[in-house]
Design a protein around this ligand. Structure first.
Ligand code: FES
Length: 151
């Protein structure tokens, strides 16, 4: 099997059997995002523990195979990270997806490398980025609320 075939299978597998799909009751973060180009949407639910770490993460919504598989992989990668680590990783992903970073830093056999093919197609970049940017917005809002609550 070629690497491209492997990447295709990874995307299909996450699309058909999404990890952490569904809603979450009483999440610390709930963030909704839209892909303006196609109207598809996603909602990300996150539970943040007392140490500022992502202890649970789920997603729901509608979208193409790229957006759904990217969301599924995103949830697996984000669980256990602190919010700072999550933000740092999201910014790396954004760079890689928009062609400003190199997927090779993840390694060929990292599942997320399956998304490297989208970088050539601006419409697909939006699909692949949707879950990540929606989580990023949710974290920013969570921090904003946290600050407001402390003052
Ligand atoms: Fe709508 Fe990909 S076509 S998210």
């Amino acid at each position: 099997m070629s690497l491209d075939e492997l990447y295709g299978e990874i995307i299909l597998d996450h699309y058909k059997n999404p990890r952490n799909a569904g809603e979450m009751e009483d999440p610390s973060i709930k963030s909704q995002g839209f892909n303006q180009s196609c109207g598809d949407d996603i909602t990300i639910f996150v539970r943040v523990d007392e140490n500022g770490r992502i202890s649970g993460i789920r997603f729901s919504g509608h979208g193409c195979a790229i957006s759904q598989s990217s969301a599924s992989m995103m949830t697996e990668r984000m669980r256990g990270k602190t919010l700072e680590e999550a933000e740092e990783f999201i910014s790396r992903m954004r760079k890689m997806l928009t062609g400003g970073g190199d997927f090779s830093e993840l390694g060929e056999y990292d599942e997320l490398s399956a998304l490297r093919g989208v970088t050539k197609f601006p419409m697909r970049v939006k699909c692949a980025s949707l879950a990540w940017t929606t989580l990023e917005t949710g974290i920013e809002e969570f921090r904003g609320e946290g600050r407001a609550n402390r003052t």
